[in-house]
Design a protein around this ligand. Structure first.
Ligand code: NAD
Ligand code: GLY
Length: 367
């Protein structure tokens, strides 16, 4: 097992990564607590019993609640149901909420934990690759509104992240590959050596080779932990984690939640951000092509038209204006300078955005 520390002083915590890792280590030695395990309808039947057993063995009183699987679950209605479940289970300020599942469950249950009784503790037990390398670490929690992704939320750090790599065995292929998109992101924004390794190990990673996966998940968690420790509440450098997300979130919003997997939309967004970076920051064309080739090799989309027709630019532009990183309706981008190095907060003029979008959509659909 490998442990990565998220160094946030009194809010610091360990990420434990390995085969068979169970949640609850951070509660060791505590008297019996009430624990609400939140999972979705796919993950609960697979891993709910094991999670419950692990917590009961530590002496805690466990209630399970199951939400529907999918992005639509990050909603006010489902959040209300979680509050009701927490109240019915008799949770108090010393209780803990455990998010067992992908990023949807993590964001929803984490936000319930951030707000129920003005904040109770929570544990992240991620079961999708995307949640393991990204959403379970760093304390961003929240839900969507029809107007935009993650528009309601809070920073609320978990007390522990327990990553059981064995759970990836049941993750559907398309979800696994969507998680690889966020893995690629870390190479582009922070670590050119990681990107080289991803290229070299592309086939082993596609085949979910345990050794390759353990090393890569651990490295991604290390990078995320380092960035979050520098800038917990995204007043600066943490914004680099949004590389590819400005267009990605807009695609998810404009096409309606449930059409794009988050990682797929991020893959398209990264390809678009790379194109913008070539045009505006002298990012080498060859490096852009390496990024696009790796995404394609893993069967990830790189064109906004990948789900049928590409959304109208006007709809995407509107959605970008509502992005949390926008200022006065002006979208902000993370752009790459070279592999492993990006700049954030780049305001890009509307005409340049539209030109790059049209050109990139045409080029990506032609190939
Ligand atoms: P998800 O939670 O919808 O999980 C994907 C699908 O895989 C679901 O159907 C789920 O039931 C299933 N699944 C999960 N683990 C499984 C397993 N081990 N075996 C079988 N099926 C399994 O989606 P996701 O890709 O994990 O997360 C996407 C969400 O994360 C988005 O809402 C995104 O906005 C959010 N996100 C948040 C952050 C953050 O910092 N908080 C960062 C990135 C993404
Ligand atoms: N996924 C972006 C962040 O955690 O900041």
């Amino acid at each position: 097992m490998k442990t990565v520390r998220v160094d946030l002083h009194e809010r610091g915590y360990d990420i434990r990564i390995g085969n068979g890792v169970e949640p609850g280590a951070s509660l060791a030695g505590e008297p019996s607590r009430r624990a609400l395990v939140v999972s979705d309808a796919v993950v609960d039947p697979l891993y709910g019993d094991r999670c419950e057993r692990a917590l009961r063995t530590l002496g805690h009183v466990v209630t399970r609640v199951v939400v529907p699987a999918g992005e639509e679950t990050k909603s006010l209605d489902r959040l209300g149901e979680l509050y009701a479940a927490a109240a019915a289970a008799g949770l108090d300020r010393r209780s803990v909420i455990v998010a067992l599942g992908g990023g949807v469950v993590g964001d929803l249950a984490g936000f319930a934990a951030a707000t129920y009784m003005r904040g109770v503790r929570f544990i992240q037990a991620p079961t999708s690759l995307l949640a393991m390398v990204d959403s379970s670490v760093g304390g961003k929690t929240g839900i969507n509104l029809p107007q935009g992704k993650n528009l309601v939320g809070a920073f609320h750090q978990p007390i522990e992240v327990a990553i059981d790599l064995n759970t990836l065995a049941t993750l559907p292929e398309v979800e696994y590959r969507a998680g690889l998109a966020e893995v690629v992101k870390y190479g582009v924004i922070w670590d050119a050596t990681l990107f080289d390794r991803l290229e070299a190990d592309a086939d082993r990673l596609a085949a979910r080779d345990a050794a390759a996966l353990t090393a890569v998940v651990a490295r991604c968690c290390e990078i995320k932990a380092e960035v979050v420790a520098m800038d917990e509440r995204e007043s600066g450098v943490r914004a680099i984690l949004n590389f590819g997300h400005t267009l990605g979130h807009a695609l998810e919003t404009a096409d309606g939640y449930g059409v794009w997997l988050h990682g797929e939309a991020v893959a398209v967004g990264m390809a678009y951000a790379a194109e913008l970076s070539v045009r505006l920051r002298s990012f080498p064309e060859g490096t852009r092509d390496r990024l696009v080739d790796l995404l394609r090799r893993w069967g990830l989309p790189v064109s906004p038209a990948a789900k049928g027709t590409a959304p109208e630019w006007a709809a995407l532009r509107r959605a970008m204006g509502l992005d949390k990183k926008s200022m006065d309706g002006q979208a902000r981008f993370v752009l790459a300078e070279k592999m492993g190095s990006v700049v954030f907060g780049c305001a890009v003029e509307d005409g340049a955005l539209a030109d790059a979008y049209r050109e990139w959509t045409r080029k990506a659909s032609d190939q």
